[in-house]
Design a binder for this molecule. Structure first.
Ligand code: FES
Length: 138
């Protein structure tokens, strides 16, 4: 059985939906159950996560886990968000049945995937800026 918090977060997720202006989007999936999670982040110039939202095609535990994960990283620096684990998610949820632990792991992975995307975008921007400055020099 699920905890009250899991049921509440499943039925009334606080952070469900996409995000306009997200500058980090991470998607993870679990081949075994077929569930998919997408995490959207807005990270400011100081590396603080201003907002986090999600879309999850998955089970009750997956939806509740991602919703909690969003709360856990909002207002945090990237470095601190990377320290959030599925154990933190489970602590907030109260508990998860053993066969549903992978759902909370997907929430943790979706945070990392979104932050990885953020750095990829930054790298691309930097390369484009260098290219542009070289063109201007010619
Ligand atoms: Fe796969 Fe929950 S059963 S994420």
């Amino acid at each position: 059985m699920y905890s009250k918090v899991v049921m509440d977060r499943f039925q009334n997720p606080r952070n469900a939906g996409g995000m306009h202006g997200a500058n980090a989007i991470g998607q993870v999936g679990n081949a075994a159950c077929g569930d998919i999670m997408k995490m959207y982040l807005k990270i400011n110039d100081n590396g603080i996560i201003e907002n986090a939202r999600f879309k999850t095609f998955g089970c009750c535990a997956a939806i509740a886990s991602t919703d909690i994960a969003c709360d856990l990283i909002k207002g945090k620096s990237i470095e601190d968000a990377l320290k959030v684990t599925n154990k933190d998610v489970i602590d907030k949820l109260g508990e998860l049945p053993t066969h549903k632990l992978h759902c909370s792991l997907m929430a943790e992975d979706s945070i990392r995937a979104a932050i990885e995307d953020f750095y990829k975008r930054k790298e691309k921007e930097s390369k484009q800026a260098i290219k542009k400055s070289k063109r201007n020099e010619e």
